[in-house]
Ligand binder design. Structure first.
Ligand SMILES: Cc1ncc(COP(=O)(O)O)c(C=O)c1O
Length: 372
């Protein structure tokens, strides 16, 4: 058999980095301005460009996605219980718990792994104040059904859209749904600002709260502490990276689509035989090709592949594993069998811009060899 081992490690992701000269130009600006954080000029420029790019009216920028989620919860004065999904990154749940609230877990849907709206209503109590769904791997939740339930029970909706930058549903920006949506601009995401995050929202009154809470609760006009806050401000180095990466993001998503489709082609044999199932973009959605995830049939098959790939210098990620209601750090209700099954059997394969067609063919040959 041919040698399928890669000389250099193929990691699950690598960050989108612009040509260094473009970043240097912006660094020069920072040095001239002598303004490196606290609502700097580059942050404001980035904010305006981002509004335009995403076709939304209101955006607040943050040092990372997680702290923006925490600020969102504080700004909406949520109390009691928040209905959410166990199939997410630790951040979603920790944002709820760190605010003194209780996450209540609804099971997910089998096909797209998002919170299943049909499981929400039975969990609503007089303590429920919000629903916090996640657009898992960039595929949108059933926003219409969720909105209907929220309206009926007078609940707030915060979407964790960490994976969904640039996604549209029937041409509508994904962040236009719910009271607030959060994007993560972490290095591993489709679009990065090194670390970073944003809240997109409808109610313009939230701006004052966001600006205060992300700066220790200090109000931007009176400089009084009217809110309990944290330090979650985006800095100028992050904003500069964002501003430049914005010029490259459309090309990056187009390349990711090519990589995604090459994987699909190379893995079609295994898929037709029922050995794996690839997560597809939803219909009527402009997708961002943020992840390439495959679902195996059993926990053992998933583990076999996960453990064998590094022998070829290829690294997949068990994302998300385990489901958040099984974290040893907490004692949560674990009654979400679909999320458990997905978490036990899913792997994210390497997907980043420098991957070549030959790399993907080789990765798929390895997978085929190991699963047959
Ligand atoms: C679903 C989800 N929520 C929240 C976060 C937190 O974002 P950040 O890393 O920017 O703090 C991440 C990613 O890291 C994520 O994947």
């Amino acid at each position: 058999m041919e040698n399928l081992k890669f000389n250099e490690p193929i990691l699950v992701t690598r960050p989108l980095l612009p040509p260094i000269e473009e970043y240097e130009e912006k660094l020069n600006e920072i040095w001239e301005n002598r303004w490196i954080t606290n609502n700097g000029p580059i942050e404001r420029e980035f904010q305006e460009k981002l509004k335009e790019f995403l076709s939304v009216d209101n955006i607040e920028l943050f040092v990372n996605g997680h702290s923006s989620l925490e600020v969102a919860i504080k700004a909406l004065n949520l109390t009691g219980e928040v209905i959410t999904t166990p199939f997410t990154f630790a951040s979603t749940i920790q944002a709820i718990v760190n605010n003194g609230l209780t996450p209540v877990f609804a099971d997910v849907d089998k096909e797209y792994y998002n919170l299943n709206p049909d499981n929400i209503e039975e969990l609503i109590t007089d303590k429920t104040s919000a629903i916090m769904p996640v657009h898992v791997f960039g595929n949108p939740c059933d926003v219409d059904k969720i909105e209907k339930i929220a309206k009926k029970h007078d609940l707030k909706v915060i979407y964790d859209a960490a994976h969904a930058f640039g996604v549209k549903i029937n041409d509508n920006p994904i962040a236009s749904y719910g009271d607030i949506s959060m994007f993560s601009f972490h290095a591993t995401k489709v679009f990065n600002t090194i670390e970073g995050g944003a809240l997109i929202y409808d109610d313009p009154e939230l701006e004052y709260k966001f600006k205060s809470i992300k700066n220790f609760g200090i109000t931007p006009d009176k400089e009084e502490i009217q809110f309990l806050g944290i330090n979650a401000k985006m800095n100028e180095f992050e904003a500069a990276m964002g501003l430049i990466n914005l010029n490259h993001i459309e090309e990056a998503i187009a390349k990711r689509k090519i990589i995604y489709e090459k994987y699909l082609e190379c893995l079609s044999g295994l898929e037709n035989e029922g050995v794996i199932k690839v997560l597809r973009p939803m219909k009527n959605v402009d997708y961002n090709y943020s992840y390439f995830t495959v679902k195996l049939n059993t926990f053992e098959e998933k583990n076999h592949l996960f453990e064998k790939l590094p022998e070829y210098n290829v690294y997949a990620k068990r994302y998300f594993y385990p489901p958040c209601n099984e974290f040893p750090a907490y004692d949560f209700d674990k009654n979400t069998p679909i999320a458990k099954n997905i978490s036990d059997t899913i792997l994210s394969l390497p997907l980043y811009l420098d991957l070549t067609v030959e790399d993907i063919e080789k990765i798929c040959k390895i997978i085929e060899y190991e699963l047959k």
